[in-house]
Design a protein around this ligand. Structure first.
Ligand code: ZN
Length: 233
């Protein structure tokens, strides 16, 4: 009897692992319609930009948590997932500091220029900038993707990823938007900026500070990138 129960437990465990792997595989084995960016995995590279840093904390949640810290955490989770797939990842920052050097007048532009340098040196296929949103109306919520202006690839990826957010993360906003951001305009690489949720919404903030929710967001972004660029081909 004990042996039967043990075997049942084992089978259940295998089923769970299989379900997880099948789910992940279903996500990354989707055949893509684009032909312009079907590079084999090792040749595909992404710059992940964790927004803000240092004195520039970004928005602040009701709990006192800084946007810059959650951005960094999601960025690293996304980077780890992409690297597992053999994608080359370059980060603009890997700690809480900004890239402006000494804090003085003009620090924000120096910070952005430093990020631009990293992107230009890496010459990636894609730039992904990670941010959180904030609004005076505390009921505003949901992840939203912004894409680089005048870039068809960025727009199509933005649409694909926004759909994925709607499917995978409850409360996500329905549509993506073009975004006139320095970080997306400073190179010719395809680029998206993901506002992963509203830190000004207490309910969303409570989720955004958890590892589990950050992992879900990172996984969703990874799926969007892999699907759109056909990286499993
Ligand atoms: Zn931000």
């Amino acid at each position: 009897m004990i042996a039967i129960i043990r075997n049942l437990k084992k089978t259940l465990c295998y089923l769970l692992v299989f379900t997880f792997l099948f789910g992940a595989n279903a996500c990354i084995s989707y055949s893509n319609k684009t032909t312009s960016a079907s590079s084999p995995l090792p040749r595909f590279s992404v710059v992940i930009d964790a927004g803000h840093g240092g004195i520039d904390s970004g928005c602040v949640g009701a709990s006192g948590i800084y946007e810059r810290d959650i951005n960094l955490s999601i960025s690293q989770k996304l980077g780890n997932l992409l690297q597992t797939l053999g994608i080359k990842v370059t980060y603009t920052r890997t700690n809480e500091d900004g890239l402006y050097g000494i804090f003085a007048s003009g620090f924000k532009m120096r910070d952005m220029k430093a990020r631009e340098e990293i992107i230009k040196k890496a010459n990636p296929n894609l730039v992904v900038s990670i941010h959180l949103n904030s609004f005076t109306d505390k009921s505003a919520r949901g992840a939203q993707v912004f894409y680089a202006l005048n870039s068809d690839i960025s727009k199509e990826l933005g649409e694909e990823l926004q759909e994925m957010f709607v499917e995978q993360i409850e409360g996500s906003r329905k549509s993506c938007m073009p975004g006139d951001f320095y970080i997306l305009n400073c190179s010719k690489s395809a680029g998206i900026l993901v506002e992963c949720g509203f830190l000004s919404n207490p309910e969303e903030e409570a989720k955004l500070i958890t590892n589990e929710y950050q992992e879900r967001i990172a996984y969703t972004i990874m799926c969007g990138i892999v699907e759109y660029f056909g990286l499993s081909q």
